[in-house]
Design a protein around this ligand. Structure first.
Ligand code: ADP
Ligand code: AMP
Length: 214
């Protein structure tokens, strides 16, 4: 199966994708993580993407499509987290899958009110070493602001500041939300209630995929 996780920033896509990938053997492709790594390493892509990301804007479609074409594995079995984010990206993905003889099985829309999204984003911390994601209130590390796995001090993402969060939500509504109809029209959209605790959402997610996926 190939899955797309869709929904506003902070809805819990990455958190759920990591759990599902670990349990079921999917390959988790987070374009946000890949871009942050490119920025950190100062690659040509990172240099081009940095300013857009800092402002909470989208990195241009041509760069993103090239990135996905580069990392998409031959055999599929992926969770795409954070891609596509525009209609042209969705079309390019369809074309790419077509060429490979693969299909997109489901698009899972993470549904969550804006207030909750903002609260999740403002409390988010991540490990600069292994990429583990925590929340200071809802999923705190065992030791104050330290990664459970690496013992490294956790960081707050630059784009999780309030002004940037507002811009990212605006960008989501104008550029990404149209994908909901795009996938609904294709008959592969499922809407997931993304509220409640992480484990609760995870059970709901697995149930929804099992129902649709067979
Ligand atoms: P996304 O990938 O959609 O941007 P994340 O998975 O990074 O979202 O989650 C955003 C923040 O919310 C993180 O700090 C994460 O630990 C926290 N979080 C994720 N799921 C839940 C949940 N069900 N309840 C409370 N906090 C959550
Ligand atoms: P994320 O980690 O998914 O919240 O993504 C962080 C940032 O990376 C976004 O705010 C965008 O600037 C950029 N980004 C990630 N994925 C995409 C994409 N598919 N298209 C354009 N920009 C993206």
């Amino acid at each position: 199966m190939n899955l797309v996780f869709l929904g506003p920033p902070g809805a819990g896509k990455g958190t759920q994708a990591k759990k599902l990938a670990e349990e079921k053997g999917y390959i988790h492709i987070s374009t946000g993580d890949l871009l942050r790594e490119a920025v950190r390493k100062g690659t040509p892509l990172g240099k081009k993407a940095r300013e857009y990301m800092e402002r909470g804007e989208l990195v241009p479609d041509d760069l993103m499509v090239a990135l996905i074409e580069e990392v998409f594995p031959e055999g599929g079995g992926v969770i795409l987290d954070g891609f596509p984010r525009t209609i042209p990206q969705a079309r390019a993905l369809d074309e790419m899958l077509d060429k490979k003889g693969a299909v997109l099985d489901l698009a899972v829309l993470f549904d969550l009110p804006d207030e909750v999204v903002v609260e999740r984003l403002s409390g988010r911390r991540s490990c600069p070493n292994c990429g583990a994601v925590y929340h200071m209130k809802y999923n705190p590390p065992k030791e104050d602001e330290m990664c459970d796995r690496c013992g490294v001090k956790l960081i707050q993402r630059e784009d999780d500041r309030e002004e940037v969060i507002r811009e990212r939500l605006r960008v989501y509504r104008t550029r990404t939300a149209p994908l909901v109809d795009y996938y609904r029209d294709k008959g592969i959209l499922i809407t997931l209630d993304a509220s409640g605790q992480i484990e609760e959402v995870y059970s709901r997610l697995k149930r929804a995929i099992d129902e649709k996926g067979d």
